[in-house]
Every structure is written in C-alpha cells, then in structure tokens.
Design a binder for this molecule. Structure first.
Ligand code: IPE
Ligand code: IPE
Ligand code: MG
Length: 235
C-alpha cells in the first residue's frame, strides 16, 4: 500500500472472551490467541515504519474479573513477553510500560524490568504496553509529579505547559494519530485520554483474535481518507 502511515497507532485489543465463547472455549483460550495476534500485528506495524505502537493489555478495571482469568493473564504476559522479546530486540524497538506498578506480582514486574532495560537505547520505534493502566490514573499521577516539582521549586506554576505535563505522564509519548478498537464496542474504556486528544478513531466489529494484517491495512486506509483539520479551515 502506498499510503501515509500514522506516527502513533494505539489499539484497544478487545473481544478475546467473546472469540472463545463463540467457539465453546474458555475465555483464556481467547487471550492466548489474542497474544499471538499481538505478536503478528506488532511486527507488521514496525515493518510498515509506524514509529509508535501503544496497546491496552490490562486495565485498572480488569482486576474485577475472576481470579482465575486475572492469574492466567498475568502468566500470559510473562510468556508472551519472553516469546516476543527476540523479535522486538531484532527490530530495534524500545519497550516501555504505562500503568501503576501496584498489585502486579514480582514475576511480572521482573519481566517488565528486563524488557525495559534491555531495549532502552533502541531507536527504531517505541512499543508502549499499557498494563494495569487507566487514563484518569495517569493524569492524576502526572499531576502529583507536577505538584512535587512546584513544591520543590523546580518548576513555577506559570511554567506548566502541555509539553511539561506530557513529560510527567508514564511515558513522554507523541500524540496518538490513529486509535483502533476491535470487537464492535464504541467506547474508550479509560484508555489514553490525554494522548488521544486529536486521534482519528477507528472501530471494527472484528474480534481481536481475528484481527490481522489485512484489517490493519483497512484501518490505515481509512485513516488516509480522513481530513485532519485540527480545528483550522483548509484553504
Ligand atoms: C480484551 O478482551 C482483553 C482484556 C481485557 C485483557 P476481553 O477479555 O475484554 O474480551 P470480551 O470483551 O470479554 O470479549
Ligand atoms: C478494555 O477492554 C481493556 C483492554 C482491552 C485491556 P474491556 O473489555 O476491559 O473494556 P469494557 O469492559 O468493554 O469497557
Ligand atoms: Mg472486553
């Protein structure tokens, strides 16, 4: 495809449970298949020279699920991280995590630390994994950091800018250009509220485990048809 690619793509990977239920399988099977989809799609994204990929892996609200499902997801993160790590390193992509460190077990935290440290100097792209993440929490945490800077006189209140604020988010990321949500839900579910201020939104009925390279191409094609005016009037 000869299209302009967005700089930052963010994905709400939804529909794993329904994918499994439709087949009479346990919800966890859907998560497993979903992890394979992520591996495939992330590689495709960086091959297409998209610089930043953010994915919603686990929300602060997802702790409400059965313990069995939550435990499965935590173990899956570790195995999926390990399985995908070589490809990520090979592509020269830097892995970062967004979210609260509370509630995550030591094994998950260790895997996150290894991936972050071993890729910190990579320059080809950024893979932002949102784990134990909530968009409102992120804004609250950033506000606390800003307040500390002001309290310790490192920053004046009148010098607080959008750029300063962005630096205090979990990661200093560029704005989202294209937000994709699978599974036919038309909501944001507390995903990257700050970063999606001017994102183009793309919703598809395809369940995340069924999402593939062709579906991503469709989303990018749709993105290319959008007239991004950012409030201005085109001459
Ligand atoms: C998304 O799929 C994955 C996570 C939230 C971890 P779901 O598990 O939400 O799947 P549905 O929405 O129940 O089908
Ligand atoms: C959003 O999906 C979170 C992830 C994809 C990790 P959910 O399935 O948790 O969101 P709701 O419940 O439909 O809002
Ligand atoms: Mg869901």
């Amino acid at each position: 495809m000869n299209y302009e690619v967005p700089n930052h793509v963010a994905i709400i990977m939804d529909g794993n449970g329904r994918w499994a239920q439709k087949r009479g399988l346990k919800r966890t099977k859907g998560h497993q298949k979903g992890a394979d989809t992520l591996k495939k799609i992330s590689e495709y994204i960086y091959d297409k020279k998209i610089k930043v990929l953010s994915v919603f892996a686990f929300s602060t609200e997802n702790w409400k699920r059965d313990k069995e499902e939550v435990d499965f997801l935590m173990d899956l993160f570790i195995t999926a991280f390990k399985k995908n790590f070589d490809a990520v390193k090979q592509k020269g992509v830097k892995v970062v995590f967004s979210g609260l460190k509370t509630k995550l077990n030591d094994k998950v935290l260790d895997a996150m630390k290894t991936m972050t440290e071993e890729t910190k100097d990579n320059k080809n792209g950024i893979f932002n994994i949102c784990l134990n993440y909530g968009g409102q929490d992120e804004i609250v945490e950033a506000t606390k950091k800003i307040a500390n800077l002001v309290e310790s006189k490192k920053l004046k209140a009148e010098d607080i800018t959008k750029e300063e604020f962005n630096k205090c988010m979990f990661n200093d990321l560029p704005p989202i250009d294209l937000l994709i949500r699978t599974s036919g839900e038309f909501r944001i579910s507390n995903f990257m509220l700050w970063q999606m201020a001017y994102a183009e939104l793309y919703f598809t009925d395809v369940l995340w485990p069924d999402f593939d390279e062709k579906e991503l191409d469709k989303a990018i094609e749709s993105f290319n048809k959008r007239d991004r005016r950012f409030g201005a009037v085109k001459k």
